[in-house]
Design a protein around this ligand. Structure first.
Ligand SMILES: *Cc1c(COP(=O)(O)O)cnc(C)c1O
Length: 225
């Protein structure tokens, strides 16, 4: 077993153990990793991959077109990238303002299933971070749910990187409550995306259904090309 496979098995075990009977999804974050690393992980059975930059993702997708993979856009989305995002991804996890849903809806090709959408929430109110305010979630959710080419699936967050884990845990707990409120109005929502290499066990303990893991899976990231 090589190092990649060992890290992958370890993560799958951690996911199964942290949430017995819940089967949380592992999203493999492949930003800055070469297409060969994605191919190697796909050969072990991984299907869902997350990318931050649209152009980088498109190049990788072309190199891996022979594989049936599921691509998630998890980086900040600019309106001038909505066309490519809607055409080349299965999920967009970073919808955070009213301008984006109509653009994604308009650009989603008719022959493909509706685009899966998560609303990104700036749960710690950080000035420099993407994401909508928690108070804005419901209106944005209603907007997405009303568009035929989009499918509202839930919420995504990147809590502030507090060194004390308990501070992060509190942010994950606030996300869980927000997700429950959202589900009361939109019962089709099934995805709470939170937790990365450093803190996925805490996120799972607070109800994450999808964790986004990069370096704990692929090893340290090569610099952005
Ligand atoms: C890079 C990134 C991750 C993965 O980060 P790691 O610490 O390498 O696991 C997860 N989510 C988002 C939004 C990212 O940008």
């Amino acid at each position: 077993m090589d190092a990649l496979e060992a890290r992958y098995r370890h993560l799958l075990d951690a996911l199964a153990g942290a949430a017995p009977g819940r089967a949380p999804v592992l999203l493999a974050v492949s930003k800055t990793q070469p297409a060969g690393a994605v191919r190697a992980l796909a050969a072990l059975g991984q299907r869902a991959f997350g990318e931050n930059y649209v152009q980088e993702a498109l190049a990788k997708q072309r190199a891996l077109a022979d594989l049936a993979l599921e691509w998630h856009l998890i980086g900040p989305l600019q309106s001038n990238k909505c066309r490519e995002a809607a055409r080349h991804f299965d999920w967009v996890q970073s919808v955070d303002r009213p301008k984006l849903p109509p653009l994604l809806d308009r650009e989603r090709p008719a022959g493909r299933p509706p685009l899966n959408v998560l609303l990104q929430v700036n749960i710690d109110g950080e000035a420099s971070k993407s994401g909508c305010a928690p108070e804005a979630v419901m209106a944005l959710a209603d907007q997405v749910a009303a568009l035929p080419r989009l499918r509202l699936r839930g919420l995504m967050a990147i809590p502030a990187p507090h060194p004390e884990p308990e501070r992060r845990r509190a942010a994950f707990a606030r996300m869980r409550r927000l997700f429950e409120t959202l589900r009361a109005a939109h019962p089709g929502c099934d995805t709470l995306s939170m937790g990365m290499s450093e803190d996925y066990p805490l996120a799972l303990a607070e109800g994450a259904t999808l964790v986004r893991v990069g370096s704990a899976l692929f090893g340290p990231r090569p610099p952005k090309p």
